[in-house]
Design a protein around this ligand. Structure first.
Ligand code: EPU
Length: 338
């Protein structure tokens, strides 16, 4: 295990932002992790996973721990189900492809989500009607202060919409080292009711879809709407969809009956932030190298050399305009590193 100095983080964040880590260490084993957390002389540590959900706005004056733990293994099995343990540094989409190759169902709707498995629980990744919590059993995490490992059950994780314990009380306190998932070997429960998936499957001419077909449909939809970070720096949805109380929703709906919405519970409704941002005229707009994606207004993009501060300033401008126009606050989904 080596501690490097002044390392560029450009290739470690999907926005492709140029920023430096004062110190940098690649963690390849649980032993490495234990050792590095016990090192004296580096009081500030910064945890880096797939770098797909963060906006770095300045150099990081800390020891950056790049969590590159690898491995997938079966930890339990019945005729119907299989439990797998996946190390944190496994790329999420590669994991989805692995489960498809074994015909394990459960995460096919989460195809092509950027990032690593270890960061998936932090924001309870979700897409097309499925969230990580639907297949999650538990995760192992190491306490940054003591280097002691701890198991977090699904209840401990307090999952919510793009939210968990690790984004709130547990923020910055733990490093997730592995995640356990329960998947279906037979009688796959397919989630095809999400409108875009139904349409895509129809366009693909598929009547009785398999989990592989669903994954392919999701991949097609995502490739069409969402930019690939390899071509255009981005972090997926930059904002969360705002959730309104029933009374706030009724008044909004009265003013904007054309706006799409989803009922979340009997008293709460979600409005697509992409719609609000598009109405404010930002879709496809570009300010220097900072822009709003042409096909999905929820995605902020770096056309090349935008700084984190420039992207943040665009995000703040969008938040202000949405607030002025609709009286609705949109919170960032992406972690802003200030
Ligand atoms: N819309 C617009 N203009 C836009 C974008 C969207 O009017 O520029 C409208 C669409 O027409 C549609 C509605 O908003 O009626 C919803 O759009 P979409 O289905 O694309 O989903 P989303 O709500 O914008 C969420 C997730 C995505 C996930 C998709 C599909 C959040 C913050 N985002 O986006 O997640 O892939 O649903 O399930 O919940 C991510 O988290 O990085 C991400 C990409």
């Amino acid at each position: 295990m080596q501690i490097l100095e002044n390392i560029s983080l450009k290739q470690y964040n999907t926005f492709g932002i140029e920023a430096k880590a004062r110190f940098f260490c690649e963690v390849q084993s649980l032993e490495d992790l234990n050792q590095v957390l016990r090192l004296k002389g580096y009081p500030q540590k910064f945890i880096l996973g797939g770098g797909s959900n963060m906006l770095i706005t300045k150099d990081i004056d800390a020891l950056v721990l790049f969590i590159n733990l690898k491995g997938i293994r079966v930890i339990g099995e019945t005729a119907q189900e299989v439990d797998i343990e996946v190390m944190a540094g496994e790329n999420w989409h590669q994991l989805v492809l692995y489960t498809l190759s074994k015909n394990y169902g459960g995460i096919e709707n989460l195809s092509l989500i950027p990032g690593n498995t270890g960061t998936a629980p932090i924001q309870n990744i979700g897409a097309y009607g499925v969230e990580l919590k639907d297949v999650f059993i538990a995760c192992e995490a190491v306490d940054c202060a003591t280097a002691i490992p701890k198991t977090f059950s699904k209840t401990d994780c307090k999952f919510g919409y793009r939210d968990s314990f690790f984004k709130n009380e547990g923020k910055g306190k733990y490093i997730i080292s592995s995640v356990q998932l329960r998947l279906q070997k037979v009688n796959h429960k397919l989630h095809t009711s999400y409108g875009a998936i139904e349409e895509e499957l129809r366009a693909m001419g598929i009547v009785k879809p398999t989990i592989k077909d669903i994954s392919n449909a999701v991949i097609r939809i995502r490739r069409h709407k969402l930019p690939d970070p390899k071509d255009l720096g981005n972090s997926g949805s930059f904002f969360k969809n705002p959730v309104l109380s029933k009374s706030a929703f009724l008044s909004f709906n009265n003013s904007y009956p054309e706006a799409p919405f989803y009922k979340v519970t009997a008293d709460t409704y979600k409005i697509p932030a992409g719609w609000l941002i598009e109405q404010c005229g930002f879709k496809g707009k570009r300010y220097g190298d900072a822009g709003v994606h042409v096909k999905q207004a929820l995605v902020i993009v770096n056309y090349g050399t935008a700084t984190g501060a420039e992207l943040l300033s665009l995000a703040e401008r969008i938040q202000e305009k949405v607030m002025q126009t609709f009286g609705i606050a949109i919170a960032t989904e992406v972690n802003i590193i200030k």
